[in-house]
Write a protein that binds this ligand. Structure first.
Ligand SMILES: *Cc1c(COP(=O)(O)O)cnc(C)c1O
Length: 381
């Protein structure tokens, strides 16, 4: 029988507690979304989308090089370049495609690609399919990165180091200063995927400013609109030449229908709110401090993270699912993250906080979390 592996693979996922199902989101208090600033439901953001749709329709009608590039797209790109301090920027429909586009367009057979071990699947996968030599350095270890650069850089034409600003599953920040220094010392370019830093970090709302870096310290910057911006899509910021090169040679860019103008207007509005309603990022960071402190007082050991991503390692996949289900029964959405998204034996609750949460929401989470842990530890700890 053809394609027998399909049923087999699903059965195996089930027995290992690794089967993925898509729960239809309900009205639970959401501690799993990446909508860190609560902008996805902001009335002005919604109104911008609605007005945009009335005025420009709901589809862009083609790729950016044909009909899909409007004044709304151009203005958004300019705004993003301004916010990040780069010469130019380019819109993509998703972060996944932006990452694939960059690695595909920039690296050839004689080139070197060096990635943090914990980089997002979209980056690692692009590297696996790239003709360039890919090496991975130990998570956030600039010393190990230096060793790899020293050994491999001289044998390759171009070199690109890739890291995340804030790591998506651990919530820790990359050591960008040291990594940027290593890149400069070894004539390598640096790409930072700031999907979870953009809009969220207390210092300047991105990973460059958080570390006191300039655009000249990081050659390529990428972030998404599906996280703190609350919408969907992504952008790359870089020099004029890099952006022009992508427009000319990047297939994921050239052969994909552009985002609707209404969406570009909606993202533009969300960015304005992100930068003007600064109480959101302040409140979010207060909630982060409060949650961490309360967990400490209750002997709930979180991973070391100062970001909106606060993972609680459970270890066993089935136990992580049980705790998640218990919380769901109490009206709290806290999804379990299991391998292969995270390494074996590190299944976790990936708790994310948002500016839309209140202190009361956090207190409720703490109470229920403690109950869930007590039940599932069976008095063993
Ligand atoms: C979410 C995410 C992406 C993918 O972005 P999408 O717009 O959801 O496709 C890429 N990199 C990181 C680090 C992410 O967290």
């Amino acid at each position: 029988m053809a394609f027998e592996f399909i049923t087999q693979a699903l059965r195996q996922q089930q027995t290992q507690s690794l089967l993925r199902t898509r729960a239809v989101s309900n009205e639970a208090i959401n501690f799993s979304a990446n909508d860190y600033l609560g902008l996805s439901k902001h009335p002005d953001v919604i109104a911008a989308w609605q007005r945009g749709a009335s005025e420009h329709g709901v589809g862009s009608g083609g790729s950016a090089l044909v009909t899909g590039y409007t004044p709304a797209h151009a203005a958004l790109e300019e705004k993003l370049a301004d916010i990040t301090g780069y010469e130019s920027s380019l819109l993509f429909n998703s972060g996944y495609s932006a990452n694939q586009a960059l690695i595909k367009a920039l690296l050839n057979k004689n080139d070197l690609l060096i990635q943090d071990k914990l980089n997002h699947a979209s980056l690692i996968e692009a590297g696996v399919y790239s003709p360039a030599t890919m090496k991975r350095f130990k998570h956030n270890d600039s010393g190990h990165l230096a060793q790899i650069l020293t050994h491999y850089r001289p044998k390759h034409a171009n070199s690109l180091v890739v890291t995340e600003g804030v790591f998506s599953m651990d919530g820790d920040m990359s050591d960008l200063r040291a990594i940027s220094q290593q890149c400069k010392a070894h004539d390598s370019w640096l790409l930072v995927d700031d999907a979870h830093g953009f809009g969220v970090l207390p210092q300047g709302q991105n990973s460059l400013k958080q570390h006191g870096l300039l655009a000249s310290d990081v050659d390529l910057y990428m972030a998404t609109f599906g996280k703190a911006v609350g919408v969907s899509g992504a952008f790359v910021a870089a020099s004029k030449d890099v952006i022009e090169y992508l427009v000319n040679f990047s297939k994921p860019y050239i052969y994909s229908t552009a985002m609707p103008a209404a969406m570009a207007l909606c993202i533009d509005k969300a960015l304005t709110i992100m930068l003007t309603e600064t109480w959101r990022v302040v409140h979010l960071n207060q909630l982060i401090c409060y949650f961490k402190q309360q967990c400490f007082l209750r002997n709930i050991t979180l991973m070391p993270s100062d970001s909106a991503i606060q993972p609680l390692i459970i270890g066993d996949a089935s136990k992580a699912i049980k705790i998640s289900q218990y919380l769901a029964s109490k009206g709290l959405l806290v999804k379990a993250i299991r391998p292969p998204t995270v390494p074996q034996g590190t299944s976790r609750l990936r708790i994310t906080l948002s500016a839309n949460h209140s202190i009361e929401d956090i207190d409720l989470l703490l109470t229920r979390l403690q109950e869930a842990l007590n039940i599932n530890n069976g008095g063993a700890s």
